[in-house]
Structure formats: structure tokens, C-alpha cells
Design a protein around this ligand. Structure first.
Ligand SMILES: Nc1ncnc2c1ncn2[C@@H]1O[C@H](COP(=O)(O)OP(=O)(O)OP(=O)(O)O)[C@@H](O)[C@H]1O
Length: 339
């Protein structure tokens, strides 16, 4: 296969006639790639995940897997589609029935998909070992295992049917840092061993930095930047990406001397600001930003950005440096709004 494994072309989704949760999203994901999705609450990350797994339907645009439209794939063979694309939810315990022992929970999909029970049990045994879970968890109820183990059980359940795509919404949320680290290592290992492709949503930028080959930044239903993770973290092109990264002091503190505090509420997707959607909170917004909506466009270094004045170009860099300078005298222990 030469084309992308997953392709979203100009996808929009409007809830209730006026909630534009996704706005002209175009994104290709290659087989074996891990794409991280970041952005403030309400930017459309979960909706994008739900579209990809067929739980929500795009109002416009096309979603394709291996070049075949998603709706046609689902209509032709819904079970085959579910085997191929699995959703991993944040709250692993809540996504498992509390009244069934884990062993039965894991065998349940085998019956639904008409798979051989013996072969299924061998697969469970193999995956238990691979995921570092003791055999004993099979006899327990979901609430009787630790948070980290419950998360592994949910991963095991998602892997039972041999998927090729895993869409994970906050897979490490609520876990201790060390357990988070183990889980990320596990996901990376599984990707290599089983040839998986991941789309991973996380509020935790350290998680995204460790696992994603490419990171997509969303704001108010739009992609504002899509870049190789190393490029994004070493020098964001969109002012919103810069603001998001600056909220995390652990990310290269030498580079992040200026903490950019975004002022004001995130606007509503029901009535997004005209021009650039970010202009009401952007530290370098100019008249053009208020009047003209920027398109997502490629930069010479291969990333894409939706900004008239990307920080990787001289005009944007100068404006950003000037904004930082204006606030340079704010004491270090106080937030330094750039707007
Ligand atoms: N079923 C629905 N009906 C109406 N509006 C919805 C529905 N689901 C989501 N929305 C709205 O769509 C927008 C995007 O929501 P979404 O949950 O995708 O954002 P998110 O980036 O995943 O946020 P979070 O990080 O909090 O999960 C929000 O304004 C939300 O209120």
C-alpha cells in the first residue's frame, strides 16, 4: 500500500445545527505512525476520535481507511471494521462491565465475532504475558485490580481481535507518573511488535512528546499546526502551540523562559471569532488576523500551520519577541501574559 492508512479530507462535523465541533479537518496518517492530538478542552479531539472509529458521522468531507470510505467499510462489514479499528477509552474500569470477571470480559468479543474460543484463550495467554499481567487477573472483577492493571486489561481487550488501528483518548490520564511511563513503553513496544498505527489524545504533553512521531494541535475545531513532534517541541510555529507548550515547565526550560498565559475564555464553537479563530487570545494578532481567516498551509520544513505570521518566519518571530519584551519586566513569580 502506498497511500496513507487513514485519510481525513476536509472533514467537518456540526452538532445540533450550530455546534461546529470539527471544521475542515484534513489529516493523513501513515501505517505504523503515531499521531498525537493536543489542544484545550472543547477543541474537538474526542469528536475526531469518535469520527475515526465510526461512532460519530462527519457532516461534510470524507474519512477513508486504506483508500476506502469509512461509511462504505462499515456498511459492508461492521464487525470487520470493529476488529480493525479499536477505541481505547480514558476510564478503563468504567468501560468494562463491573459484574463480569476479567476472564469472561476478555472472552466476550470472541463470541460476538464468531471466533474460536480455544484460539482466543491462547491469544489471551499470549497477550497477558506480553502486557506483563499475571494469570490471576482473569479471576478478578475490574474494580479489584489497580488502575495500571485495569488500563492494561482494556488494552488487552482492544488487542484481542487483532486491530491495525488504535484510537486512544487520554490513555494515561489518572495514573501515577511511573505507571504512565510503563504504559507508554508498553504502547511503543506493541506498536512495533504488532504493526499498529495510533492516534493518541492527551492533555499531557510529556506523554505526547514521548510517544508521537507527529503532533497535531487543535483549536476550536480546527487544526492549527501539524508537525513532527521534535520540530514542534523545539520550536512551535503557531502562537497557540507556543502558548500550550509554555504551560509545561518540564519541556525544555532553557527554551521556555517566557510563560505565555492565554488571557480570556476560549470562545465558543457556536460563534467562533471572525478571521483567525485564535486572534482574540493571540499575543501577536494584527489587523489581517481579525479580517482574514488563515488556511492550513505547508511550511518549507514540512510542517503545516494555520497562521498568517508563523513564529518560524521572520515577521512572526519578531512580533513574538517584541510581545515577550513588553512583558519582560513582570516579576518571575507572576504570570506573564503576552496579550
Ligand atoms: N454530542 C454532542 N452534542 C453537542 N455538542 C457536542 C457533542 N459532543 C461534543 N460537543 C461539543 O463539541 C465541541 C468539541 O468537543 P470535544 O469533546 O470533541 O472536545 P475535546 O477537545 O475532546 O475536549 P476534552 O479535552 O474536554 O475532551 C465542544 O464544544 C463540545 O461541547
Amino acid at each position: 500500500m502506498t497511500g496513507p492508512l487513514i485519510s481525513l479530507a476536509d472533514v467537518s462535523l456540526v452538532f445540533d445545527g450550530n455546534v461546529g465541533a470539527l471544521n475542515h479537518i484534513s489529516l493523513d496518517i501513515a501505517k505504523g505512525e503515531t499521531v498525537g492530538l493536543v489542544g484545550e478542552s472543547g477543541s474537538g479531539k474526542t469528536t475526531l476520535c469518535r469520527v475515526l472509529v465510526g461512532l460519530a458521522e462527519a457532516t461534510a468531507g470524507t474519512v477513508a481507511i486504506e483508500g476506502r470510505p469509512l461509511d462504505a467499510l462499515i456498511a459492508a462489514d461492521p464487525l470487520a471494521f470493529r476488529r480493525k479499528v479499536q477505541l481505547l477509552l480514558q476510564d478503563a474500569v468504567a468501560s468494562l462491565s463491573p459484574r463480569m470477571r476479567i476472564g469472561r470480559l476478555l472472552e466476550e468479543p470472541l463470541a460476538i465475532h464468531g471466533m474460536d474460543l480455544l484460539a482466543g484463550r491462547r491469544r489471551i495467554a499470549d497477550l497477558l504475558q506480553r502486557l506483563g499481567l499475571p494469570q490471576g487477573v482473569l479471576d478478578k472483577y475490574p474494580h479489584q485490580v489497580s488502575g495500571g492493571q485495569a488500563r492494561r486489561v482494556a488494552i488487552l481487550r482492544a488487542l484481542m481481535l487483532g486491530p491495525s488501528i488504535i484510537v486512544a483518548d487520554e490513555p494515561t490520564a489518572g495514573l501515577d507518573v511511573s505507571v504512565q511511563g510503563d504504559l507508554i513503553n508498553l504502547l511503543v513496544e506493541l506498536r512495533g511488535d504488532l504493526g499498529l498505527t495510533y492516534l493518541i489524545v492527551s492533555h499531557n504533553l510529556n506523554v505526547i512528546r514521548r510517544i508521537a512521531d507527529r503532533t497535531v494541535v487543535m483549536y476550536l475545531g480546527q487544526i492549527v499546526e501539524a508537525a513532527p513532534t521534535t520540530a514542534l517541541f523545539s520550536g512551535p510555529a503557531h502562537p497557540y502551540s507556543a502558548a500550550l507548550l509554555s504551560t509545561n515547565p518540564a519541556i525544555d526550560p532553557r527554551r521556555r523562559r517566557t510563560r505565555i498565559v492565554l488571557e480570556g475564555e476560549i470562545p465558543s464553537v457556536v460563534s467562533p471569532p471572525p478571521g483567525c479563530r485564535f486572534h482574540t487570545r493571540c499575543p501577536i494578532a494584527a489587523a489581517r488576523c481579525r479580517a482574514e481567516e488563515p488556511q492550513l498551509r505547508p511550511l518549507p520544513d514540512g510542517r503545516q500551520v494555520r497562521c498568517h505570521f508563523p513564529l518560524t518566519e521572520p515577521e512572526g518571530a519578531a512580533a513574538f519577541a517584541a510581545a515577550a519584551q513588553r512583558h519582560a519586566n513582570v516579576p518571575a513569580d507572576r504570570p506573564r501574559p503576552l496579550a
